[in-house]
Design a protein around this ligand. Structure first.
Ligand code: TRP
Length: 336
């Protein structure tokens, strides 16, 4: 079985449709036939200043939504990054073998630090990719399912694994990026040429999974479309309608051609109502399940702690061989 590892930052109250179709749906599929580890990377989220109560709430809400969307703690290892000190410990080792220039060339760091200026950029943003490498290499992952934006971080992770292995002996599996080509590209309802994203200027074009059916139906009915009448897929001249077709098709399982046929002679209004219905039906039980999990917070935390204990077995073993390879004298943490 292939070992899979991926991570998600708990930066939002609710996942949105783009998160689901672009990532989580594929995580759910990858549980089958693989040994999958999924990590809620709360330590990475500390690089953005967040109110403590919000971070806590978002961490638990992320876990609840992942489970409600189909991650099954019996079939995968779902855990919170900060439950395992091994992540920070291995992160430091990677900070010691990463060049300053190399880290400075990470485009996400460059973009984010340019936006906020050197004095407001925290060092954690600079070392973020080394902690991410630790997340991955601790578990000897073969494959890392991520979006295109993470390609460079996985490339660095591979470089660090190879560098360490050649200096200190074979210690880490060199992972491969499994770039999740969103089977469907989901765009913003108000700006259908831009990706659906929580950082959009307005939330009006974003379908949040935990929002009520009414709110989401309203957003879909006010989605931007062109002035034509035909429900036809054409990303250039009909980006809005094409986006809605993609959303319907991804959730209903009907092909785009089938949908085009179904809506011949009907207007945009009918079509939008149908999309709203599909979205509502798909996510209503997810919302119920997530809310149920959040109501029993102690139980939810227990599930995540059990995940962390499964993860610890692997993480501890990898850290021990890393320390041994480096000549660090192993402490009690590594005694049986
Ligand atoms: N940097 C990733 C993102 O922003 C999140 C992440 C942290 C991650 N650690 C990871 C993804 C390990 C994959 C594997 O999406």
């Amino acid at each position: 079985m292939k070992r899979i590892l991926s991570g998600i930052q708990p930066t939002a109250e609710s996942l949105h449709l783009g998160n689901y179709l672009g990532a989580v749906k594929q995580w759910v599929e990858l549980q089958e036939g693989n040994d999958a580890f999924y990590c809620i990377v709360d330590l990475h989220a500390l690089t953005i200043e967040t109110e403590p109560a919000a971070l806590r709430r978002r961490t638990l809400a992320s876990a609840a939504q992942l489970i409600a969307l189909g991650l099954d703690p019996k079939r995968c290892t779902l855990f919170i990054q900060s439950h395992l000190s091994e992540h920070n410990q291995l992160g430091w080792i990677f900070e010691c073998i990463t060049g300053f220039g190399e880290a400075s060339r990470m485009t996400q760091f460059k973009d984010k630090s340019q936006k906020s200026g050197a004095d407001r950029t925290v060092v954690g943003l600079f070392t973020y990719p080394m902690l991410q490498a630790a997340d991955i290499l601790l578990y000897q992952a073969n494959k890392v399912p991520v979006g295109e934006d993470q390609r460079q971080h996985i490339e660095l992770t591979r470089d660090l694994a190879q560098r360490f292995n050649s200096k200190y002996g074979d210690t880490f599996t060199v992972p491969e990026a499994h770039i999740m080509k969103a089977s469907a590209k989901i765009n913003d309802l108000q700006d259908p040429t831009a990706k659906m994203s929580k950082s959009a200027a307005s939330n009006a074009g974003v379908i949040d999974i935990l929002d009520s059916a009414d709110v989401n139906a309203k957003k879909i009915k006010s989605a931007v479309t062109d002035t034509g009448k035909e429900v036809k897929f054409d990303e250039k001249s009909k980006p809005g309608i094409s986006n809605l077709l993609t959303i319907h098709s991804s959730l209903s399982g009907k092909s785009i051609a089938e949908l085009e046929n179904e809506f011949i002679g009907k207007g945009y209004g009918d079509f939008k109502s149908a999309v709203a219905e599909v979205v509502t039906e798909y996510f209503a039980p997810v919302k119920v399940k997530a809310e149920e999990l959040l109501k029993d917070e102690v139980g939810l935390i227990e599930i995540l702690r059990e995940g962390a204990e499964k993860a610890r077995v692997v993480a501890n073993r990898t850290l021990k061989s890393t320390y041994d390879a480096l000549g660090l004298v192993p402490g009690k943490q590594f005694l049986p």
